[in-house]
Design a protein around this ligand. Sequence first.
Ligand SMILES: [Zn+2]
Length: 162
Amino acid sequence: MKRALDLYTDSPETLARVRTAIDMGVSRHYSFPVATPGMGPYCRIGKSFGWPREWDDIWVNTKDWTVYAYAAKDTSRIRGCCLNHAVTILVLDDDTTIGLRNRILHEILHAEGLDADGMEKNLTEWLPWWLEWLFWRTLDRFRNVWEWQYYRHLIRGIRSND
Ligand SMILES: [Zn+2]
């Protein structure tokens, strides 16, 4: 059964972009009831938190099993994070739909407690050995494609019917 994550966004424009991205495969594994606009379950990371500089003024979702996506300008910052089971997605002007789709699933996999960062480290676990040369030769150009394969492998591990 699909897990449902309430989706919060900062604007109808962000919602439209996120929905397009989700429809490219994420919705096969998760459903996203849109939360009523209004006060969201997020807090702002201030300089006083003592976190690394790239987190300054980032809005971070704090409500488990929800996704908060908002438009952001500064590309030098983090683009997504997961706090416990609460997912935050920053949507940049230059994000491709595929890139955004992968970012969303990546952070949800963190929320599931899965090793979303371990694509290269866990290579032998999900990629046939005879494709390893292709992986390393094409990783720079087709990172999104490989990431998607790896993420689907992780999902299969927790949902045997997917
Ligand atoms: Zn990660």
